[in-house]
Design a protein around this ligand. Structure first.
Ligand SMILES: [Zn+2]
Length: 180
């Protein structure tokens, strides 16, 4: 039996493959998790699917921030935090807005879609707060994720909720976009 008050469980979002991720990111807080094409992207915690981009419409001629991630998924965790992963090669059909995910559930496969075309396969991973649809400059990441990734990799349930909601209170739901 799992007690009803169980704290959220966190799972490292790549399962079954070696990974590396940088402790820096251009322009805004996020990280790129480098691994092999086809590796499993799993839900970092339980929650509900928010936005899904299931078709890669990116091209260098249409460098719109909303589609730069190619095949991408965002999840609103039961902790209230939004988790975003992008550049997938495949997203499973069940992954549509409103679909309930369990922590560690397989959602997509690693690839190079969007503006990762021609680069090493990786998942761009961003942690933010929920917004209305289409606010991609928040969705792509608002806090540095590696402290949490390190903990989850080590099997520790470190929640980013406190840091995420402290920043939300500071900057508001839809801050002005920085960077590109
Ligand atoms: Zn990135």
């Amino acid at each position: 039996m799992v007690p009803a008050s169980a704290a959220p469980v966190y799972i490292f979002p790549i399962d079954g493959c070696k990974t590396t991720y940088s402790r820096a990111h251009h322009d805004y807080p996020a990280t790129d998790i480098l691994t092999k094409k086809g590796c499993h992207f799993v839900a970092p915690t339980s929650g509900v699917i928010d936005e899904v981009n299931a078709v890669d419409t990116y091209s260098w001629k249409n460098n719109d921030g909303a589609i730069r991630g190619g095949l991408s998924i965002s999840i609103i965790g039961d902790d209230g935090v939004r988790y975003y992963g992008s550049h997938f090669s495949k997203i499973y059909k069940k992954v549509v807005p409103g679909y309930q995910v369990a922590a560690g559930e397989l959602l997509a496969l690693v690839g190079t879609s969007g503006d990762a075309a021609g680069l090493a396969p990786h998942v761009h991973f961003g942690i933010s707060w929920p917004t209305k649809a289409g606010i991609w400059w928040v969705r792509r990441g608002e806090i540095y994720p590696w402290k949490y990734l390190d903990a989850w990799k080590a099997g520790k349930d470190l929640s980013p909720a406190k840091e995420v909601f402290a920043k939300l209170r500071k900057v508001g739901e839809v801050p002005k976009r920085n960077g590109y």
